[in-house]
Structure formats: C-alpha cells, structure tokens
Design a protein around this ligand. Structure first.
Ligand SMILES: Nc1ncnc2c1ncn2[C@@H]1O[C@H](COP(=O)(O)OP(=O)(O)OP(=O)(O)O)[C@@H](O)[C@H]1O
Length: 643
C-alpha cells in the first residue's frame, strides 16, 4: 500500500479557508453540513462514551450464554461472541479509532505544513531538497514500514499511526509548497517584507491562512486513509490489545463468527464505511467551496495582477499607457486577433524599444497609438492613454490634433513619406503651420530651416530648396525627423528608423535621436527588430511575439538576464553580439516562423518554437509573471522565473 494524496485537490487555489466567507460557502452545501454533523457526532461519542461507560474498555466477557445474539430490546445491536453489548463496544471503541486517526493527522500536519511552507516561500535549494526527499518517500512501501515499526513497538498504536503520518507528510508538503508559490508573489507579502517583518511571521501569519483551504481538503482525505489503516491494523490485532474495543477489532470478531452470526460484522463495518465516506466527501465539498472561492479569487487576482502589472509596466507618471490592448482585423470569416492584451508604458523623456521579429505586431501597436490602424483593423478591447487623455475614445478629428502635434512619427521609408512633387522646405513649412497656425508664413519658413539645422543637415537653406529625389537616404530620414519635430511632440514613434540606411548613416541617425531626446525632452517609442539599436538607444525594452508582449524590463536586465525563452533566442540570434564577440560561427537562428494571426497556438504562443516547452505551456493562456522588480515575463518556466 502506498499512502497517496490528491495532488490537485485545490492545491493551486489560494483561498482564505479561515474567513467567514469560506465557511458561508461551505455551509451552503447540504452535503458539507451532513458530513460535518456526522463527524461532530462521532467525535462527541469518542469523548463522552468512555466516560459514561467506563467498564466497557476492560470487559473481557459478558453474558456468555447470551453470546452472538441479533438486535433485541435489551441489546439494540446484539451481543458479540463473548456476550458483550455490541452498541456499547461500538460507542466506546470510537475513541481509540479516532485517537489513531488524530495521531496520524497531527504527524502529517506538523511535518507537511511547515516544511511545505518554507520550501514554497524560500524556493531555491530548500525547495529542491524537499522535493528530492518527497520523491524518495513516495517510493517507500508504507505498510511494510508500519509493520517493521510495530515489530519494534508491539501493540503501540501511536507508533504505527505517527509512522503513517510521517510517510504521508511529503504528499502534503508538495501541496502546501505549490499553494505557497503564488501567495508569496502577492503584493501584501512584498509589503510585509518591505516593512521588516520576520520571515517566520510572514510565513505563518500572512501565507498560512491563505493556503488553509488545500490543507483542510488534504487533512480530510488523509483522515479517511488513516481510519482505514487504523481499522486494518486493529482488525489484525496489531495495535489495540484485548479487551479494549475498537471498530477494526469488532470487524475481526464479526469475521470469526460470520457463519454463526453474520450480523456482527455489520455494525462496525457500516460505521467505518460511513466515517470514511464522511471524511472523503467533506474533502470533496471543501475543495468545491475552495474552487468556488477561487473562481471569484481569480477575478480578484486578475484585477490584482493588473494592479501589479501596472506597478511594473505603467504608473501615474506615464506619458503613454497602453492598457490591455487587443486589436482585431475584421475578415469575412470573422474578426482575426492581431494584438492580444498588450500592456506597455512610456514615461516622459524615456526611450522604450519595441522589439520582436517581423509580424509580431510592433507596427500595429504603434499604429494603434496613432489611431492609424490599416484596413479593417480596430481596437477590440483595452485603452490607450496619452498625456492624461484616452486616445481610443477620441474622434478622428480630435486624434488628428494629437497626431503630429503631440505624437510624431518617423517610419522605415522616409523617402516614401515625402511628397516627390514639392520642395522639402515647402513640405516642412506646411507641417509647421499645421501645428502652429499662429505663425505667419515667413515665421513658419524660418522655423522649417531651424528644424533642418536641428537635425544637423549642412546648409539647411539649400536643402530646403531640394526635391525629395535629390536627397540621400540619410538626409531623407533627417528631414522626416525634422518634420516629426514640427509640432514639438512629447512622444516620437520611430518605426524601424534606421533599417533602410547604411551602417554609418544608421549610427548618425541614432546619435541624432539620442541628442534630440535630450534637448527636446521627448519620449521615444522605438520599433525595431535590432537589439543593437535597442541597446544603444533605449532605457527599457518591450519584447513582442505573435501579438503579445512576452517580456519587458530595463534594457540591461533584459539583455543580460532575459526571463523569456523568446528573448533569449532573439538575443542569441543578434548579429551584433556575434560581431562583438569576434565569433565567426554560424549565427543561431530561431527555428520555425512567427505564427500568423488566427493561427496562434493555445497557451504560450512561442511554445512550438521553444526548446524549454513543457506540457503546462499548452494548457491555457500564460499570465504575466513578475520575476523581479520592473521585470515582466509571459513564461511559466521555473528556470526563467528563478534566474
Ligand atoms: N492591413 C492588414 N490587414 C491584415 N493583417 C495585417 C495588416 N497589417 C498587418 N497585418 C498583420 O498583423 C501582424 C502584425 O503586423 P506588424 O506589421 O504589426 O508586425 P511587425 O512586428 O511590426 O513586423 P514588421 O517588422 O514586418 O513591421 C502581421 O501578421 C501582419 O500580417
């Protein structure tokens, strides 16, 4: 026999089982009330019966002439093989049976709960050692060990039941550990740490009450197992010496006389079966009540998650705040999701890089901010707050006023964005007048030349007289930047601004952007697939994959300690890193392709290409985790979360 525990019995459901709400939920269930009432009666009998009937325990024999009688008015449940009253022995025998159950439970709780709590809360080595010990104990044959203990301590029920508890403890440890993991990430636990409370205090006062639900479920199920084991050992006369009555011993008596009086097996058999059933069913209903609480807790946790996320990826000072943004493209076969729950923020004066392979949704994110979604694209959920206003709620006209004057855009193809039939100066002057209608034509012209000087174009007056086809790529990009600056924007969206340029010009444009950001006090949202560019320019990076933000953090942590396999793979495939290393080996590529919108896999979108994928990655949508302050990752992989 192996002592098993139900590993999923609400282990992941951090509910406050000690709260009145939990008890209200539990007591709404008739089955729970029935089980609790039944067990209360059994415990009451265990306490009272030996006091009321003190002689029964030591009674070796009763009326031998009236032995093996069926139920009668004198003996409601009949008499046993030695003429003793079955009902009296059943009632008095309740105590020793329940004491056996209690001994096993105390042992399992004393070992399983604290060790599981410490392993879950501390993690790392402590966790690994506990898991290893748990695995070791699982492979041990429990009943053999109990029999060995009984050979050393004959007829010692306490020794046998405590051994059972010790053997069952690793199962409870695991459940407590996994229930502790999400609780330790809660904000209030972090707040308790910050306020200097001791670990012991936090574990037992903050974490333990939150995981009481799974512990109650397990205790109930373990009580059923303990009762079965105690009855079995008593049946074999291994733990309760005669003439002490016990339920298991009474079953043994009934078995011996089964031919002469089959009735004797029924009373103890029924009571054992009903009590095991009550423990088992109570475990079930507690789990249901916990799960019901969990579904509401999930909603609350979701909100908390958002709150936590906002603590990382957004704050009140944010200039741009994209919150839970989902974008779809309407097609004949229905809406196709392009962006899924995108969250990111840009603070004033900050440069944030939006990194990812082609087709991940970087440009669509930028276009959504500008209210310029192409084709049938539309915002399906979420909002975009910019400088205190909700952009997603603005009309086209209102958005036009924001675009350019408050948010500027430079794109990958500056040449295409300039009208080939008008001189550069004229186009710039128009841009200045659009954003500053108060300026005269002459003043606007002067401002246009100033802008050309600002972007370090030599001889700006002459450049102003040129047509776009007379410009080089680098010059065209500088002019595009100058035009984006015409409205003195607070935020510049730069969509792959250097991709079409040669390397030296790329470096000049990046220098220019860095300088402008400082002098013009402008935030930049830089869309790029190039880590070199992101590392050169950005304070923070947001990594996108298949319509989702999969990781975001400060540029150093994300480059040196990526917490998502996609970021790690993207960094490994970065040609700049290899150039810097002098590494002439083949550049590692990420196998496979970014899945098309509408073909995203269930669970983690990166799973089919991920070398670390485990079955859980395919189960459901991966929530954002916060492995370190200011760092978010959409990965459940332990190796990445615990780096
Ligand atoms: N007008 C459109 N209609 C339908 N789907 C579109 C449209 N524009 C973009 N998409 C799809 O949206 C997804 C995200 O595109 P997006 O251009 O934002 O990716 P990206 O990460 O910026 O890549 P790139 O580096 O190529 O610009 C892609 O799968 C693309 O096919």
């Amino acid at each position: 026999m192996t002592v098993t525990t139900v590993a999923d019995s609400g282990s992941s459901a951090p509910t406050i089982a000690s709260s009145p709400r939990f008890w209200r939920r539990l007591l709404r269930r008739k089955l729970a009330v029935g089980c609790l009432a039944f067990l209360a009666v059994i415990i009451g009998i265990a306490i009272v019966a030996p006091i009321v009937m003190p002689d029964v325990s030591g009674q070796f024999a009763g009326d031998l002439l009236g032995a093996r009688q069926g139920p009668s008015s004198a003996h409601w449940l009949g008499t046993d093989s030695l003429g003793r009253d079955v009902l009296e022995r059943l009632l008095v025998g309740t105590r020793i049976t329940m004491v056996g159950v209690a001994e096993a439970l105390v042992a399992v709780l004393l070992l399983g709960v604290p060790i599981g709590l410490v392993a879950g809360y501390l993690g790392g080595k402590a966790d690994r050692v506990v898991s290893w010990l748990a695995d070791l104990t699982f492979s041990m044959p429990s009943i053999i060990i109990i029999l060995v203990v009984l050979s050393v301590f004959p007829q010692n029920m306490a020794a046998a039941m405590v051994t059972l508890g010790v053997i069952a403890a690793p199962g409870l440890m695991r459940i407590v550990r996994s229930a502790t993991l999400p609780v330790r990430e809660e904000l209030y636990v972090a707040a308790a740490q910050v306020s200097g409370l001791s670990r012991r205090y936090i574990i037992f006062r903050h974490v333990l009450p939150r995981i009481a639900g799974p512990i109650i479920v397990q205790s109930s199920l373990l009580a059923a197992v303990a009762l079965l084991v105690q009855s079995g050992l008593a049946f074999l006369s291994l733990v309760v010496p005669a003439p002490e009555p016990s339920w298991g011993g009474m079953v043994a008596d009934g078995v011996q006389t089964i031919v002469l009086q089959p009735w004797l097996i029924w009373p103890p058999g029924i009571v054992i079966a009903l009590t095991i059933l009550a423990f088992g069913l109570l475990g079930d209903v507690v789990r249901d009540a916990t799960a019901e609480g969990w579904s509401t807790t999930v909603t609350r946790r979701k909100k908390r998650r958002v709150a936590t996320r906002q603590a990382v990826s957004s704050d009140d000072k944010a200039l741009l705040s994209i919150e839970n943004l989902s974008v779809v493209f309407d097609t004949r076969s229905g809406p196709v999701p392009i962006l899924d729950d995108v969250n990111l923020t840009v603070r004033p004066g900050e440069t944030v890089g939006l990194v990812g392979e082609s087709g991940c949704g970087k440009t669509i994110t930028a276009m959504a901010v500008l209210g310029l979604l192409p084709g049938t694209g539309r915002i399906a959920a979420g909002r975009i707050r910019f400088n205190g206003q909700d952009l997603s709620a603005l009309s086209d006209k209102e958005l036009e006023r924001v675009r350019g004057s408050q948010i500027g855009l430079i794109s990958q193809e500056p040449m295409i964005s300039l009208n080939p039939v008008f001189r550069v100066g004229w186009q710039l002057t128009q841009a200045v007048r659009t954003h500053h209608p108060e300026l005269s034509r002459r003043q606007a012209k002067r401002r246009a030349v100033e802008l050309l000087r600002l972007v370090h174009l030599p001889d700006p007056e002459r450049v102003a007289r040129r047509y776009p086809h007379e410009l080089s790529g680098g010059m065209a990009q500088r002019i595009a930047i100058a035009r984006a600056l015409a409205g003195n924007p607070k935020l510049l969206i730069a969509d792959e601004p250097t991709t079409a340029l040669d390397v030296t010009v790329q470096a000049e444009i990046l220098d220019l952007l860095r300088e402008l950001q400082r002098t013009e006090d402008m935030a930049i949202l830089l869309v790029t697939h190039d880590w070199g560019v992101a590392a050169d320019l950005c304070d923070r990076a947001v990594v996108m994959y298949a319509g989702q933000v999969v990781e975001q953090a400060g540029i150093s942590p994300i480059v040196y300690e990526p917490r998502h396999p996609y970021t790690e793979a993207l960094l490994a495939a970065n040609p700049h890193a290899h150039e810097m290393d002098g590494d002439d080996k083949t550049l590692p590529a990420i196998l496979g392709m970014v899945p098309k919108p509408g073909e995203w896999p269930v669970g983690c979108h990166f799973r089919p290409r991920c070398g670390y994928a485990i079955p859980e990655c395919a189960e459901s949508a991966i929530p954002l985790a916060i492995p370190a302050a200011g760092h978010e990752t959409r990965c459940i992989h332990k190796d990445f979360l615990e780096r």
